[in-house]
Design a binder for this molecule. Sequence first.
Ligand code: 4H4
Length: 236
Amino acid sequence: MRISVLTLFPEMFDALKHSIIGRALEENKFILDIHNIRDYSKDKHLKCDDYAFGGGCGMVMTPQPIFDCINAIDPERRARRVYLSPKGRRLGQDLVTAYAGLGHLILLCGHYEGVDQRVIDLEIDEELSIGDYVLTGGELAAMVVIDGIARYLPGVLGSEQSTDEESFSNGLLEYPQYTRPQTFNGLSVPEVLTSGHHGNVKKWRLEQSVTITKKMRKDLYRKFTARNGKESGKEK
Ligand code: 4H4
């Protein structure tokens, strides 16, 4: 998979050179190319923003540099072209896994009040939001998308990690996790987890997941019980 990013601040993506994503990039598990929109500006001062027609506060990113940049990256228009924006479709596990199956994903990062609508109309397939708030730029949103996708790409998560039993994978939030020491500040690990009885561990984990989901995400809980016809686990 190739992910191409259009941004005015390419150096922000140095943050992805660390940890699991950094190793995956070094091992070519996926390709990430970062493009500076400003390199494509035909303005003599390399301007990439201007005042909004109709007035109002804030600047808008001009269409020409973005248009030329995205078409230099994807001249045959084969990539899925996504613009990070508060007006977009909400990112969820379904979209993350769908994007992970793409050959080439382009992420356009807006700034200021966003980008000129004409470049969205002409060059963008869909707008995507990571949440109902307005950020100073789309770069952090793009990194969230990249991180979420990368976890589903072959070879990125080691054999000791898996996307199988984590939050949202079965429609529930994940159960509590514990590690050594067995007692910490007077608090002990639930006995079932050290019992060696795998069936009881599995049952306890499901019960915990259902209880946590019921408490924290009624929406997910309702979908889960509707799918499973009853309350599975000893919800409190
Ligand atoms: C884009 C601000 C579009 C406002 C932006 C608009 C998010 C988000 C975000 C910098 C850019 C902001 N990106 N999820 N939330 N005029 N990006 O806030 O369309 O409202 O992804 S606008």
